[in-house]
Design a binder for this molecule. Structure first.
Ligand code: 9D3
Length: 246
């Protein structure tokens, strides 16, 4: 997959390929990461990328031309069918379904803004989709672009090892995770739940499924509403809630 980013802070974005899963994906040529700085596409002596907003008010707006030229360069290097995605607080909220859809594409061109945003005419003429990470204020689109890249790359075939990708097709899809424990068996007087030491793998899987359902119900009822729980899952959730009330 060809992943391209327009950013005034290209080093910030390229650090994503210095670590972990995305780093491995790049060194194994499963992805190629390309970052273009709109400042390299200015024509004035000051290399100006921003200007004052028409209509007045605080802050600055990113100019059309340097962004359009940076995007043009990336488009020419990207496979056909690579959408331009603008990261902005006005976008649709990014989620795992969007990540899964992007992971099927040959390429992705991400546009990270700074200042108050970019000239609206660039959005109208060049942007295919607008995405937000949610209702909180970032200083620019780079961290959002990096989050999208991380979420998409881990879904690409061959990127995760067998261990890591087992979670992707498990029964707990769409649910919060179950609780995890590791050695020692007792920490500050708190023991690991007995079932996890039993060696009974079917019983452990059932307990974890129950915990995942119960935590999702308590902390993220919106997630459960999207799922069509089986009768077995309803029974497990019932059991969790009864144990909870003790
Ligand atoms: C404080 C400035 N705000 C005045 C109403 C507007 C504003 C402009 C630019 C708020 C944030 C930003 C920069 N944000 C992003 O580029 C961004 C973002 C975000 O802030 N939150 C969640 N997702 C995203 S995606 C890109």
């Amino acid at each position: 997959m060809q992943i391209s980013v327009v950013s005034l802070f290209p080093e910030m974005v390229s650090t994503i390929a210095d670590y972990g899963v995305v780093g491995r994906a790049q060194s194994r040529d499963l992805i190629s990461l390309d970052v273009e700085n709109p400042r390299d596409h200015t024509e004035d002596a000051h290399r100006t990328v921003d200007d004052r907003p028409y209509g007045g008010g605080p802050g600055m707006v990113m100019k059309f031309a340097p962004l359009a030229r940076a995007l043009q360069v990336l488009r020419e290097r990207s496979p056909a069918g690579s959408p331009v995605v603008y990261l902005s607080p006005q976008g649709d909220v990014f989620d795992q379904a969007v990540a899964a859809r992007y992971s099927t594409l040959p390429g992705l061109i991400l546009l990270a803004g700074r200042y108050e945003g970019i000239d609206e005419r660039l959005i109208e003429s060049r942007v295919d989709e607008e995405l937000s990470l949610g209702d909180f204020v970032l200083s620019g689109g780079e961290i959002a672009a990096m989050a999208v890249i991380d979420a998409v790359v881990r879904l690409l075939p061959g990127v995760l090892g067998d261990d890591e990708s087992a979670e992707q097709d498990s029964f707990t899809e769409g649910l919060l995770d179950f609780p995890h424990y590791t050695r020692p068996e007792v920490v500050e007087g708190e023991a690991v739940p007995d079932v996890l030491l039993s060696g009974d793998h079917a019983k452990i899987a059932r307990w974890r499924h129950k915990q995942a359902l119960g935590r999702s119900y308590l902390r993220r009822p919106d997630l459960l509403e999207r799922l069509d729980l089986s009768n077995e899952q309803r029974a497990l959730l019932d059991e969790f809630l009864k144990e909870q009330r003790k």
